[in-house]
Design a protein around this ligand. Structure first.
Ligand SMILES: CC(C)(COP(=O)(O)OP(=O)(O)OC[C@H]1O[C@@H](n2cnc3c(N)ncnc32)[C@H](O)[C@@H]1OP(=O)(O)O)[C@@H](O)C(=O)NCCC(=O)NCCS
Length: 261
């Protein structure tokens, strides 16, 4: 498996479709000691299971790109804000990755060299949208969100949320970036524009964003920072059960930088 310079690969795994006893039998032996320890700390079985499937997904997929490294041989490091990256010392370039999980779905993004951020949310999650928007979104995002007809607000809220998370994850800084320091404009039918506050030293032209729909309950956003000219022109999607089954799938693109789908 190879990911080209102009491609992103998105790998989707539905942890609920994988039986827990199958997972623990096959996947536990792929984990390193620190992952095994963390696996033991989850209080709820569903979180423990998702953690295990996530580790197996990352390790087995990375080995598809580099078959000479077995899934259990991958080592990971984290930057100071917690973003994991490959820690193996190899004589060749590896790939970059980022992962996100929510109720029922795990998504892994793979790029050749670019910094990538991915976020998936569960559309039916409980919580007060208004309060979260007020706390985290920029004034222009809040205004645009609440001027929409009410029946469109929930979807737009999650489009903004996932896009904001995807950006801070691609930067690798998590919530160390104040979420009000950048704003998305989603006013056109298919486009995604971003503007940065002077406090956030960044350039819109370096970035590409996508809003995707895995199914009608799971909005996904992807952010890629392109240091080289050219950018990403192709995204491939795969559904995977680690160590068992992989198939290429289709995913709906709802919006993207530059629009026109
Ligand atoms: C930790 C954070 C990076 C993502 O958290 P999240 O959206 O709850 O979780 P996700 O499932 O999307 O991502 C978690 C994964 O991101 C990766 N990650 C952790 N820190 C990261 C960082 N600084 N940058 C990029 N990726 C990071 C990890 O692989 C982690 O999974 P793992 O612990 O199983 O390895 C951070 O953005 C955060 O805490 N967000 C809080 C959510 C929120 O309130 N958002 C406001 C709404 S707009």
């Amino acid at each position: 498996m190879d990911v080209a310079d102009n491609e992103i690969h998105l790998w989707f795994s539905c942890d609920r479709d994988i039986q827990e006893h199958t997972a623990s039998e096959k996947y536990l032996r792929l984990l390193d000691e620190s992952e095994k320890k963390r696996h033991q700390t989850f209080r709820f079985d569903q979180h423990k299971h998702q953690y295990l499937v996530t580790r197996a997904l990352i390790r087995t997929v990375l080995s598809m790109y580099h078959p000479d490294v077995a899934p259990e041989q991958w080592q990971f490091k984290k930057n100071k804000h917690g973003k994991p990256f490959i820690g193996n010392v190899t004589s060749y370039d590896t790939v970059t990755f980022n992962v996100s999980h929510t109720d029922g779905l795990i998504v892994l993004a793979i790029a050749k060299t670019q910094e990538v951020g991915v976020d998936v949310e569960f559309l039916n999650r409980r919580g007060r949208l208004l309060e979260v928007a007020d706390r985290y979104f920029s004034p222009s995002e809040i205004e645009a969100l609440f001027s929409l007809p009410e029946e469109m607000q929930r979807t737009r809220f999650f489009d903004l949320w996932t896009l904001k998370e995807a950006y801070i994850k691609a930067c690798g800084m998590g919530l160390a970036i104040p979420l009000r320091h950048f704003s998305y404009q989603l006013d056109t039918d298919t486009g995604i524009d971003i503007t940065f506050d002077p406090a956030r030293d960044d350039v819109a032209e370096l970035w590409q964003f996508w809003s995707l729909e895995y199914d009608n309950l799971h909005p996904v956003a992807l952010a890629v920072r392109n240091e080289e000219a050219g950018g990403i022109s192709d995204i491939k999607y795969y559904s995977v059960t680690p160590l068992q089954d992989t198939q290429e799938i289709h995913c709906n693109v709802i919006r993207k930088t530059g629009g026109v789908l």
